[in-house]
Design a protein around this ligand. Structure first.
Ligand SMILES: [Zn+2]
Ligand SMILES: [Zn+2]
Length: 708
């Protein structure tokens, strides 16, 4: 009798080990390979797993092993991808199964549908052939400006040396034509019809534009688009085209970084500094960091592109660990926008009661800004006014007893949304747990009917702007308005078509869109993001403001003045604003680096969090305190490994659970990793999955957190 074939399979479970199954080649019609996606019986249910080992023996009794039921009609996940998954699993302290399985699209996780898939694929193929490809935004190599040409030449320099890892930072201000440079660079790689390239973008909203752009460069190539906004069906097909090598271009958001791309030759991470690359659920990976690891492992080049690089990447480029390519001119010759800081503490910038005429309400914008908007409108230019709070007002309050609209499930206020935003009627909504309530007609505490809003969000600002400039056409763009009747793309089109004079919105308008006629950009709530417990707040704000500034005067013709950016602030002297005033990205990064160095914060040290979630905060804190004490008693806490005291999270209560965290920090990456592995092991011993058996605490370890 032939030796039995035993395969080890990992499942989407927080279990460290895989499970042994028998493989019957006669029934399954093929021999097993590592990376095969299979359906297996698990307990009383069927589950999908991935084969990670093939052998002829098992530690268990062979005749008690269950049979593999089916194999997905797919090539196995390639060895390089499995190496990446193994690394991610170890580094981010998650089981291998938990790391791999969620990256496989739904369509391939339903074994009952496997047989129907060929039909779906054929239908998709037909549709694709019919699609007429119209592309715009093609800028060929000879159309590049001298600076872009120089950058491209540096990128191409080593393209003959195959099998070499290169990490390159392409730093250039908004409008300097970074995309044209990297697409021309990729075109050399893509000349080989078997080569595949991966392009990562931070946000779904940015993919349609880049998709059009890429199509314009490579009309004959198959492109797989992968992000959470794509239907499950389409995502399943795109993923299939990537794993089979049919798609030469894989474009997507962070989840695309873990796509099987067997013939991967080059990677681009656009807007590499963006925090959206960090996954905040499940395996909390950084897609950018994994892409760099992947390029390093596969000996291929990776290009990181940004106007405001992350401190980590910028320092790597400065020190020579990464290649450093700069674009310092705006591609179409438009001037830089002029930055104006409006000191809101200066009475001269503000409306005085005499200015307001019949209106008793103090306007939501400063007098200085209002005058600038009027002037800009007279010049037939569009205005962009940004406030990073959606909804009408952040809180509803009672003028008699000071009742506030607190969420019953979270330690957060419920935001007032006016009719039309989230439903037909006005509602109170919690942005943390999603709870929606109707607006009370009377104060629930004292019965007073006079309820007032405090503060303002995009909706209230929209109303105020309409009142101040009754002749202007005002459009609000935020996640509420883009979820409604029109998608974000259509709203952006309205702006492009010039059907709008003033756009009121959140940060989402400012990302990556090329508007033609914006003369003025204003930011109203910069201060609220300046001072925060998170040490990265200033870095993030600076990147956003540079991005926002880039929207002004973007498409000016050669020699034309850039637009104006206005920032309302009480602290015009803050470093972030002062460097912005001079458009000094490098100055700001150098300043931030010295601050972090002094405080020994990342990237001068490495951090991890242990999260704990319980019914009560006391229990969560106690759980973490006990953990800290244990670590201390074991001698793990020392000069090189610092463990802070447990603290409640910034938003402590969400959806009825109370949350605390423990920060662990070390300048020694290896030491931190070892400590985390020990913590993971110890916590697991007393847990079922990641829930402690005795205290029912849900815990999680997070590597390189970006929100502290
Ligand atoms: Zn009251
Ligand atoms: Zn809530």
């Amino acid at each position: 009798m032939a030796a039995p074939i035993v395969v080890q399979v990992v499942l989407d479970k927080p279990l460290v080990q895989g499970f042994d199954y028998l493989w019957d080649a006669e029934i399954l019609g093929k021999l097993p390979e590592v990376g095969h996606i299979v359906e297996v019986p698990f307990g009383r249910i069927m589950a999908i797993g991935v084969v990670i080992k093939v052998s002829t023996h098992s530690e268990y009794e062979i005749n008690k092993l269950k049979l593999i039921k089916r194999v997905a009609p797919l090539p196995p996940l390639d060895p390089a991808l499995l190496r990446l998954m193994n690394f991610a699993s170890q580094y981010y302290i998650h089981s291998l199964g938990e790391t791999i399985l969620p990256t496989i699209p739904q369509m391939w996780r339903k074994a009952d549908d496997w047989e129907k898939i060929p039909k779906k694929l054929a239908a998709a193929e037909k549709k694709q052939n019919k699609k007429v490809i119209i592309g715009d935004g093609y800028i060929g190599e000879d159309q590049l400006n001298p600076e872009q040409k120089k950058a491209l030449k540096i990128l191409m320099r080593d393209s003959s040396t195959e099998n070499a890892f290169r990490a390159i930072l392409l730093q250039g201000q908004t409008g300097s034509g970074k995309t044209a440079v990297f697409l021309n660079w990729l075109s050399t790689t893509l000349q080989d019809p078997s080569a595949q390239v991966l392009i990562l973008v931070p946000e779904i909203n940015l993919t349609p534009q880049l998709e059009r752009r890429v199509k314009a460069y490579f009309p004959e190539k198959t492109m797989a688009v992968l992000h959470s906004g794509v239907s499950e069906n389409k995502r399943g097909i795109a993923w299939y085209e990537a794993i089979t090598g049919k798609a030469q271009i894989i474009l997507g958001t962070r989840l695309a970084a873990l796509t099987p791309i067997p013939n991967l030759r080059a990677v681009v991470v656009d807007e590499e500094h963006d925090s959206s690359y960090k996954q905040q659920e499940g395996t909390r990976y950084s897609a950018r960091d994994l892409a760099i690891w992947r390029a390093h492992d596969q000996l291929i080049p990776i290009l990181l592109s940004s106007a405001t690089p992350s401190l980590e990447t910028w320092m790597a480029a400065k020190s020579g660990r990464y290649e450093y390519v700069r674009l310092d001119q705006r591609a179409q010759g438009a001037g830089l926008p002029k930055v104006n800081l409006i000191n809101t503490r200066d009475p001269q910038t503000q409306f005085s009661p005499g200015d307001m005429g019949a209106s008793k309400q103090k306007p939501l914008v400063s007098k200085t800004l209002a005058n600038a908007v009027t002037k800009n409108l007279a010049a037939k230019k569009q205005c962009l006014i940004l406030i990073n709070r959606r909804g009408y007002a952040p809180v509803l309050s009672c003028s008699a007893c000071n009742w506030l609209s607190k969420c019953t499930q979270c330690s957060a206020y419920m935001v007032l949304h006016k009719a039309g935003a989230l439903g037909k009627r006005s509602v109170l909504s919690c942005h943390h747990c999603g709870l929606v309530k109707s607006i009370p007609s009377h104060c629930p505490e004292c019965g007073n009917a006079d309820l007032k809003t405090l503060g303002h969000g995009t909706q209230k600002l929209e109303d105020a702007i309409e009142e101040m400039w009754p002749d202007a056409r005002v459009l609000r763009v935020d996640t509420d308005s883009s979820r409604k009747s029109k998608g974000a793309e259509e709203l952006f089109q309205e702006i492009h078509d010039g059907n709008v004079d003033i756009v009121v919105g959140t940060q989402m308008i400012a990302k990556g869109h090329d508007y033609q006629n914006i003369g003025l950009v204003a930011v109203l709530d910069a201060d609220s993001r300046l001072y925060s417990a998170d040490f990265r707040a200033a870095e993030r704000l600076f990147a956003q403001l540079v991005q926002v500034a880039g929207r002004a005067g973007r498409a000016g013709t050669s020699g034309q003045e850039g637009g104006d950016i206005y920032i309302e602030t009480q602290y015009p002297e803050a470093a972030v604003f002062q460097y912005l005033l001079r458009h000094d990205v490098d100055g700001f990064l150098a300043y931030t680096a010295s601050e972090r160095d002094e405080a020994k914060l990342p990237p001068f040290s490495y951090q991890a969090l242990v999260h704990a979630e319980a019914k009560s905060l006391d229990k969560a804190i106690q759980f973490l305190s006990e953990l800290k004490t244990r670590l201390k008693n074991q001698g793990l806490i020392n000069k090189e490994l610092k463990v802070y005291d447990p603290v409640p999270k910034a938003v402590m209560r969400v959806a009825g659970s109370e949350r605390a965290q423990l920060v662990i920090e070390s300048a020694n990456r290896k030491l931190l990793q070892e400590a985390l592995e020990i913590i993971d092991q110890q916590l697991r011993q007393s847990s079922q999955g990641r829930i402690s058996k005795t205290s029912r605490i849900r815990w999680l370890i997070e590597r390189d957190p970006i929100n502290i």
